[in-house]
Design a protein around this ligand. Structure first.
Ligand code: FES
Length: 143
């Protein structure tokens, strides 16, 4: 959202009677930084790593969320071992706040900082589902 769009939105909301804290909360509630994408398929699926939609997976630590899965680039390799995928919903309180924590080399739910190995095994906490990842050319298949 550009500054001009925010200003126009603020003017509109002020005319509608919003002000003070309510106006601030409304103006700051939108974010464009989410890398979540939602293809129509579910279950086993493939993505084309050459498309810009999945460009986060070009660098180590990058991740995308597709359907019920979070996929991360975990190393610089050129085969399947460079990627990992686990269930994106945390088994603790069912929050959708899973990330890939590059410094830990594990997935982490940011809600209460539960860690999960790239297999989905809990690191001192409950485990979650790990998925198989297969790379063929630019196509990455999660199953
Ligand atoms: S909801 Fe994920 S750690 Fe609590």
């Amino acid at each position: 959202m550009t500054l001009q769009e925010k200003l126009n939105r603020k003017e509109f909301l002020m005319k509608m009677g919003l002000g003070g804290a309510a106006l601030f909360a409304t103006l700051t509630s939108c974010s464009t930084s989410d890398t979540t994408v939602t293809p129509s398929s579910s279950g086993s699926f493939s993505i084309d790593l050459s498309t810009s939609t999945y460009s986060a997976l070009l660098k180590i630590g990058g991740y995308v969320k597709i359907n019920s899965v979070i996929i991360a680039r975990i190393s610089s390799g050129t085969d399947s071992s460079a990627y990992a995928a686990i269930a994106r919903i945390c088994p603790h309180e069912k929050q959708d706040r899973m990330i890939y924590d590059t410094s830990a080399g594990e997935f982490r739910c940011t809600d209460h900082n539960w860690y999960f190995k790239t297999s989905g095994k809990g690191d001192g906490n409950a485990s979650t589902t790990g998925f198989s990842v297969a790379l063929s050319g630019n196509m990455l298949t999660i199953s």
